[in-house]
Design a protein around this ligand. Structure first.
Ligand code: NDP
Length: 307
């Protein structure tokens, strides 16, 4: 298809100002402009965070997220719409976010911050703080996120194991388990970190049986998608001390409803789906868009093509 007009849908504003990406792409040999829902019609291609039905009329959609679970893949295919995503850019951001969670738990930083809000000089019990070397993290999903987590935690002395659909080795992971053996894999870990895409296979992968398989002193971390976890089962596991705690960036319902027990459970860190935020986000996404505009001009296959 001929690319003349590339829209930047204003839904990207949830992650960065659309004008930043607009300026970053200004030197492309096509018209680039920020559009709202009504402006989608006039575009051949749109960079977006949200799905909108009008996008079915475009030739190419680029999602600024890695997860494509909110896009109707069959409809896109039926309408000959190309979908590309932003996998490949979230290794360091998510890796550092997960390292931050683990350091908060091991050095008790979340507790100190909570105490500070109340001007309380409370020291932890003598045996609450620990250090990370010698601990094991089992990372479920060994793609961009998983590798970024493995690299960052590895540098902190954490032993990292991984779970993927095959048992083929992955750099940075000391041992790899297949998804069928996920309970054995998570059963030996101090930290279980979820980095899989949400698919029919992974929906509800972390259910009551999975939390049973985890150690009672283990922490659960989810930076993937809320629906990979059976949230009531997680809340049960936390309330019954079947696991020690959790750090959660994603939830079944977002924003996390005010009445969710997760807000006030002890040893739970809640972050508002911002684990991959960085002031460089528009540059990272812009790099993929620029590369694909070049590839389109050269008649080459799209990078990160999903549909
Ligand atoms: P990738 O495609 O790079 O990696 C996904 C990995 O998951 C693959 O390596 C794949 O390995 C593995 N996988 C897929 N299905 C299964 C399964 N059934 N069991 C075990 N492993 C499986 O994606 P990213 O790492 O870029 O992103 C992963 C997900 O993280 C996204 O889909 C998104 O939902 C979420 N995300 C969340 C962010 C946040 O802000 N919190 C930011 C970015 C992403 P194999 O093929 O070997 O099985």
């Amino acid at each position: 298809f001929e690319l003349e007009r590339l829209g930047i849908h204003d839904s990207v504003d949830a992650v960065f100002p659309p004008s930043e990406l607009d300026a970053f792409l200004a030197d492309l040999p096509v018209t680039v402009e920020v559009v709202d829902d009504d402006g989608i019609d006039a575009c051949d291609a749109v960079v977006t965070r949200d799905y909108h039905e009008a996008l079915l009329e475009c030739a190419w959609i680029h999602s600024i997220q890695a997860g494509i679970d909110r896009f109707p893949l069959d409809d896109l295919e039926a309408n000959d719409v190309v979908l590309t995503n932003s996998t490949g850019i979230h290794d360091r951001t998510i890796g550092e976010t997960v390292a931050g969670y683990l350091l908060a738990f091991s050095r008790r930083l979340h507790e100190h911050v909570a105490n500070q809000q109340q001007r309380r000089w409370d020291r932890p019990e003598w045996d609450e703080a620990f250090t990370l070397p010698g601990t094991t993290a089992c990372v479920v999903g060994t793609g961009t996120l998983g590798r970024g987590v493995a690299e960052t935690l590895g540098a902190l002395g954490v032993r990292v194991t991984g779970v993927r659909r095959s048992t083929d080795p992955v750099p940075g992971f000391e041992e790899i388990y297949a998804t069928d053996d996920v309970h054995a894999a998570i059963g030996e870990a101090d930290f279980v970190v979820v980095t899989v895409p949400l698919t029919d296979d992974t929906e509800g992968l972390f259910d009551a049986a999975a939390f049973d398989a985890m150690r009672e002193d283990a922490y659960f971390v989810n930076v993937a998608r809320g629906a990979v976890v059976d949230e009531p089962a997680l809340i049960d596991a936390l309330e019954s001390d079947a696991i020690e705690g959790a750090a959660l960036d994603v939830f079944e319902t977002e924003p996390l409803p005010e009445e969710s027990p997760l807000w006030d459970l002890e040893e739970v860190i809640v972050t508002p789906h911002c684990g991959a935020f960085t002031r460089d986000y528009f540059r990272d996404v812009g790099g993929i868009v620029r590369e694909n505009v070049d590839r389109l001009e050269a008649g080459e296959a799209f990078h990160n093509r999903v549909v």
